[in-house]
Design a protein around this ligand. Structure first.
Ligand SMILES: [Zn+2]
Length: 362
C-alpha cells in the first residue's frame, strides 16, 4: 500500500478566528478579497484591518461560477498587484478565489485553462479560503468547479498548487445562513463524506476523516437547522473534515452525475446530491458495508435508509420532478458524467445504470 496526503498549508478552526485572519496573511503585495453578495460586510471588515496596503473587494461572484466572473476577478487583482487572494463565502466564492489566485500570474483567459488549451505550470498567488457555508469543503481541496454558460459544461480546473495556503473555518460565519442553504450544503457534506469513505482511492487516513465527518453530520445537521450554535460549529467542523478527506480520496458517482445534471437544470449542488445519494448508494451497496459498520449502522441498507430519513427531516426534495428531468436530458448527462469522481466510485456504473438512476428520480 502507498499513498500521499495533501492538506492546506495551514488549517485554522474555531469560533471568532476570523478576527485574526489579517495577521495570518503574507505582509507584502496587494490583497484581493472576493466573495458572494452576503460576504460583503465580512470582506469590508477584513479590508479595514489591512491599512496601508493596496486592497480591492469584489463581492459579486455568482453561483455556478461562470468563466467570465474569474476573468473579471483576475483583472481586479492585477490592478492592485495582488499577491494575496482571500475568498469569503460559499463554494462558488471559494472556487472563484482559488482559481483567480492560480491564474493571476499567467497569460490567457480562464476558458483556456477550463478547456485545457493551456496548463497551470505551478503555484500562483497566496490563497486563503474562509467558508461562510458549511458543506462544500472547498477550503481543503486543490480544485475549482466552474461552468461555461455558453456550452452548459461544468467541470473542474485542478492543480496541486491550487490547494489553499490557509483554510480558516470560523463557525460564527455560518450563523444566520438561510435554512435552505444550511440543509443543502450540509447534505452535500454528508454526500462527500460517504463518497470519500467508500472511494476506490480511499486510504486509512481519508477513511477515518470521512467517518468522523459522516458521524458528526448525521448527528448535528438537524440541530444546525434549528440554529443551535454548538450544532452549527460541529457541522462547520465536519464540512472542513470531509474536505480534508475527499481531497485525498476523490468522490463518487453522486458527484459525477450531479455536475452535468445540476448545470443543465440549474439545481443547487447540495440539493442534487441529496436527491441522488440514496439511489447511487444502492448501486454501491456491496462496497458500503465496512463504512456503514464503522459509522455505527447495522449494514449498508440501514445507512441508506438513514440518509433518506435525514433528507426528509431537512425538507430536501426526493426527486427531480419539479425541475422537469426527462429522457431528453439523458444524453447530455451521460456524456458529461465520466469525471474523476465517477472513476473513484467503487461500483462500475454503465451508461444504462446512470439512465436507470435518472429514470427512477424523474
Ligand atoms: Zn459536493
Amino acid at each position: 500500500m502507498s499513498y500521499e496526503l495533501r492538506f492546506p498549508g495551514e488549517t485554522v478552526f474555531g469560533e471568532h478566528t476570523f478576527a485574526g485572519l489579517a495577521a495570518r496573511l503574507p505582509a507584502a503585495g496587494g490583497v484581493l478579497i472576493v466573495g458572494g453578495r452576503h460576504a460583503e460586510s465580512r470582506a469590508r471588515e477584513l479590508q479595514a484591518q489591512l491599512t496601508g496596503r493596496r486592497t480591492a473587494v469584489r463581492c459579486d461572484v455568482t453561483p455556478e461560477l461562470p468563466l467570465a466572473d474569474v476573468d473579471r476577478l483576475i483583472e481586479a487583482g492585477r490592478a492592485i498587484d495582488a499577491a494575496v487572494v482571500v475568498a469569503i463565502g460559499g463554494g462558488s466564492a471559494i472556487d472563484a478565489g482559488k482559481v483567480t489566485a492560480a491564474l493571476l500570474p499567467l497569460a490567457g483567459s480562464c476558458a483556456d485553462y477550463f478547456y485545457h488549451r493551456r496548463q497551470i505550470p505551478g503555484k500562483g498567488a497566496f490563497f486563503a479560503a474562509v467558508p461562510t457555508t458549511a458543506g462544500t469543503g472547498a477550503e481543503a481541496t486543490p480544485n475549482a468547479v466552474l461552468s461555461d454558460p455558453a456550452t452548459g459544461l461544468k467541470q473542474s480546473i485542478r492543480h496541486p498548487g491550487m490547494m489553499p495556503d490557509l483554510a480558516l473555518v470560523d463557525p460564527v460565519l455560518t450563523w444566520g445562513c438561510p435554512h435552505a442553504v444550511t440543509a443543502a450544503s450540509g447534505f452535500d457534506a454528508l454526500t462527500q463524506a460517504v463518497e470519500a469513505g467508500i472511494s476506490r482511492r480511499a486510504n486509512p487516513v481519508s477513511f477515518q476523516l470521512a467517518l468522523t465527518a459522516c458521524r458528526l453530520l448525521a448527528a448535528q445537521l438537524p440541530g444546525a437547522l434549528r440554529d443551535e450554535p454548538a450544532a452549527r460549529a460541529h457541522v462547520a467542523e465536519a464540512s472542513m473534515i470531509c474536505g480534508l478527506a475527499f481531497a485525498q480520496s476523490g468522490l463518487g458517482a453522486v458527484h459525477g452525475i450531479a455536475h452535468p445534471l445540476g448545470s443543465l437544470l440549474h439545481i443547487p449542488h447540495g440539493v442534487a446530491c441529496a436527491i441522488l445519494l440514496p439511489a447511487v448508494l444502492r448501486f454501491n451497496a456491496a462496497h458500503l458495508s465496512d463504512f456503514a459498520a464503522a459509522a455505527g449502522y447495522r449494514d449498508a441498507a440501514t445507512l441508506i435508509k438513514a440518509t433518506i430519513e435525514l433528507r426528509r427531516k431537512l425538507e430536501l426534495p426526493e426527486n427531480f420532478k419539479r425541475w422537469g428531468l426527462s429522457a431528453a436530458h439523458h444524453d447530455f448527462i451521460v456524456a458529461n458524467c465520466r469525471s474523476g469522481s465517477m472513476k473513484s466510485n467503487p461500483a462500475e456504473l454503465s451508461d444504462a445504470d446512470v439512465i436507470a438512476i435518472l429514470e427512477e428520480l424523474s
